[in-house]
Ligand binder design. Structure first.
Ligand SMILES: Cc1ncc(COP(=O)(O)O)c(C=O)c1O
Length: 390
């Protein structure tokens, strides 16, 4: 390590490297690469959404704008939630951010000080614990239990992890990477626990619509919580409307927090570009048919990989209930980092090693199935030929 590195803050020095980059680098440049390591689908943003951004730029919307988001978009977010959760929402609850990732960062900043603890059921998207660590707070992993029927969050495990320093529980449902979806009973248990101990909940429900159970969306804290419960919801335009590159997200929180959230936005990005917000507004208002198509494609992708990989002898999986990832294990494979490196080198199929997703998921492998059917079938074929050799 260089002397300069040592002079950086411990929080920045200790921020983990992405567990996927190494595999990405090993596969980069291969012509036959099938990249299933990503956290995004392969469809580009629809033209009608891009057109709204172009129109905004042509209209000269190139200046600073509202820190909390343009009023039309905040209204549209309230309408969108109202339709989805069948309850009343005020636009005052909504804050436009520069991505789901930034929503997480702002929520953590708002709730946790240095040394405070945030409980994170794992396996989890690594950026969650990283955001907590960068704040100088402490992410406390609570490994979920893997049972025959799939992953389960044990409420006694969660309660046992609470200490006087705990300030929040981070719950991501539907979950990246495991595909686990909290049922309403589990959400009630978590909410009651949080109420009992005076904790906040950061609710990451960004995959709510990628749900394979009955009904149009996954169960949500919005189904059971009061408006003034201590919950900050983090969300994003990225996945629903194929807008990962736009960097637009939102927070839903009790309006009482408004000034603080506005300040945190002011001192980080100072707002989201107006043209991106116009695109987001159009996506919310006119994007339902595209969204339906995305979810249907993900559902078909799920069936394809669950059927195809599930038929292979050594592969163990349970069908994901939500999000768009298959999180599976392979008999005889314990070093998933090495497996992912070998897989991309030998077959050109890019997968994410479970080591990237924290405690409990290390011997699993994540595959994103929000991809074209052709790619998925080809990937299954290549893996099925290669697997007997290792
Ligand atoms: C669980 C979860 N939350 C939040 C995000 C953030 O998405 P974005 O920063 O693209 O809005 C992701 C992205 O992969 C995710 O998987």
């Amino acid at each position: 390590m260089t002397a300069l590195f040592d002079k950086l803050s411990p929080e920045s020095r200790h921020a983990p490297e992405s567990g996927i980059v190494e595999v990405f680098n090993a596969g980069w440049g291969r012509e036959d690469l099938i990249p299933l390591w990503a956290g995004e689908g392969d469809l580009p943003t629809p033209d009608f959404i891009c057109a709204a951004a172009k129109q905004s730029l042509d209209a000269g919307e190139t200046f600073y704008t509202f820190q909390r988001g343009i009023p039309e978009l905040r209204e549209a977010l309230a309408d969108y939630h109202q339709a989805l959760y069948s309850r009343k929402f005020s636009a005052e609850r909504f804050f436009v951010t520069g991505s789901g990732m930034q929503s997480i960062q702002l929520a953590v900043q708002a709730l946790a000080s240095a040394g405070d603890e945030v409980l994170v059921p794992t396996p989890a998207w690594p950026n969650i614990e990283a955001a907590v660590g960068l704040r100088g707070a402490v992410p406390v992993s609570v490994p979920m239990r893997l049972e025959n029927s799939g992953w389960r969050l044990d409420i006694t495990d969660l309660e046992a992890a609470i200490t006087p320093k705990t300030v929040a529980i981070f719950l991501n449902t539907p979950c990246n990477p495991s595909g686990w979806v909290a049922d309403e009973e589990s959400l009630k248990e978590v909410l009651n626990l949080a109420r009992k101990h005076g904790l906040w909940i950061i609710a990451d429900e960004i995959y709510a619509l990628f749900y394979y159970g009955a009904g149009p969306r996954a169960p949500s804290f919005f189904d059971i919580a009061e408006d003034d419960d201590q919950i900050i919801y983090v969300n994003s335009m990225s996945k629903n409307w194929a807008m990962t590159g736009w960097r637009v997200g939102w927070i839903s929180a009790p309006p009482e927090l408004g000034q603080v959230i506005e300040n945190l936005i002011q001192y980080s990005t100072s707002g989201v570009p107006a043209f991106s917000q116009r695109a987001a507004l159009t996506a919310l208002r006119d994007g339902q048919p595209f969204l339906d198509k995305q979810v249907q494609l993900a559902r078909e992708g799920r069936d394809c990989v669950v059927g195809g990989l599930g038929a292979l002898d050594r592969i163990k999986l349970s069908a994901p209930q939500g999000a768009f990832y298959l999180f599976f294990s392979i008999d005889g494979i314990t070093d998933t980092r090495q497996f992912a490196m070998d897989c991309v080198r030998q077959t050109g199929v890019g997968l994410a090693p479970g080591t990237a997703f924290g405690a409990g998921g290390e011997n699993h492998i994540r595959l994103c199935f929000a991809r074209s059917r052709g790619d998925l079938e080809e990937a299954i074929q290549r893996i099925s030929v290669w697997l007997p050799e290792i």
